[in-house]
Design a protein around this ligand. Sequence first.
Ligand code: SF4
Length: 275
Amino acid sequence: MSEIAEAVGDGVLPGRVWLYANYHCNLTCTYCLTESAPKVAKRELGAQRMLEVAAQARALGFTSLGVTGGEPFLLSYLTETIIEMAEMLPIVVLTNGTLFTRARLEEARGLTGAPVAIQISLDSADPVANDTMRGPENFRRVVAAIDALVARGVRVRIATTAEHIDEHELERLCQLHRGLGVADEDHIVRPILRRGRAIDSGLGVDTDLIDLPPELTITADGAYWSPFGPTVHGGRLDTDLLVSRTTSPLDKPANILLRLVQGRARGDDAKLDIR
Ligand code: SF4
């Protein structure tokens, strides 16, 4: 058994490896951690690299995968790649849920019965409040996508990101997702982090980053401590949570991360000045 497999088995390292598929997005949410937008640098990993990371993660003893961005479903090869990755490890894919055209929904039938969860952002049961943060028509499109995916037997999770949500608002949201066929255990509520565009919008909470779980996160620019690490502000990629510029083979950043978790010396190319 590899040292990584042992650390995952003992709960020293989380079992999930995250992949930043890309950084561009069709939306421009006010709190976006990565300043994503249609015309930003794509920083795409590519299908081949995503499959390599999945295979190496499984061989090392990691137990699941996460795909995020940007908006991963802007990539034409995404569904096909997810299906292949899910043959190796269970996977959750984060999406804004606005790109599920008829063709995409047909493709999504391939996810039915696979160990795949599509996690869609929905911030409020009030369309106006939701669309203020996420853009015009977002609520309508997201609700339609959830409905269509659930009808095709695809597992959907809902992620709510909010500065503050009171009991009444939360109850309305829960009634909505239950009505759409999404169970309570598949609804997560999380705070806005003060990184990326949230800084300029005056939103979010300052996080004690050292409290973030050490979830190995692979991007086109390097490996990070957490999926909340490779954020962008002022057009520049943050490197305060960079673990290593080297991501291949995966055991290199995985072992550096493990050494960091164990309080041992880090690799030369790490720049991890966690505040
Ligand atoms: S928060 Fe998500 S959906 Fe919104 S702009 Fe950023 S990547 Fe796109």
